[in-house]
Design a binder for this molecule. Structure first.
Ligand code: ADE
Length: 226
């Protein structure tokens, strides 16, 4: 999978992608992540990428040209399955969407800034708009990092234990069950006996029941969906 991220401040994401599971996935050639600084695509003297909004009002708007020039230069090299814009008024990111994006070959992610991007880009170029939650951040960089993290961990081979992504919360519309590690008794705080029983079938049943109870209590909406 190849991910190209367009941003006014790509350095914000550099360190995040250079660590942990995402770093390992790149080293294993499971994913290529390329950061592009939109200022490098500006034809203006001071490399501006934003301009005043028509009709007046506060805040600046990201202009069409630098974004389109960058996207078109990438499209000359390969086809993209999706051109995603991170924006608070996009579709809410959920595990199902993450699963489907993880199956794509090449995607572009555009990080918004200022008051947003010129609407004509959204009409003609962007194929998917994603929000990571009902709150407004200063830019799309953190949301892009969230999306990439959620997607990359699903690529087979990115996690050491292949099955562990399948047992994540939200897969199957259930939250994950509780987990414990040694010691089995920490000053009287005990691990449930069933997990020490060695009986795989009982353990699996217990985990399912716990996941169900936890979901009913904390996120009943997940059970209503399907
Ligand atoms: N940009 C600013 N806030 C955002 C959000 N909540 N989701 C996606 N992109 C954003």
């Amino acid at each position: 999978m190849r991910i190209d991220i367009l941003s006014a401040v790509p350095d914000l994401m550099q360190s995040f992608f250079a660590h942990s599971i995402i770093q390992r996935a790149q080293e294993r050639n499971l994913v290529e992540i390329h950061l592009h600084n939109l200022h490098n695509y500006s034809k203006k003297k001071f490399k501006q990428i934003d301009d005043y909004p028509f009709g007046g009002g506060a805040g600046m708007v990201m202009a069409i040209e630098p974004i389109l020039t960058c996207i078109e230069s990438l499209q000359k090299e390969r086809n993209y399955d999706e051109i995603i814009f991170m924006t608070p008024d996009g579709e809410l990111l959920e595990q199902k969407m993450v699963n489907s994006i993880s199956l794509k070959e090449n995607i572009i992610i555009l990080c918004g800034h200022y008051k947003g991007i010129d609407e004509r880009l959204r009409e003609h170029i962007i194929t998917k708009e994603i929000s990571i939650g009902s709150y407004v951040l200063s830019g799309g960089e953190l949301p892009a990092a969230v999306l990439v993290d959620a997607v990359v961990r699903l690529i087979p081979g990115a996690l050491n234990d292949e099955t562990s992504a399948l047992s994540d919360s939200f897969q199957d519309n259930l939250l994950a069950p509780p987990v414990y590690t040694r010691p089995s008794d920490f000053n009287g705080w005990k691990v449930p006996d069933v997990l020490l029983s060695g009986n795989d079938k009982l353990i699996e049943e217990w985990r399912y029941q716990q996941a169900l109870e936890r979901t009913k209590k904390r996120r009943p909406d997940l059970l209503e969906n399907d």
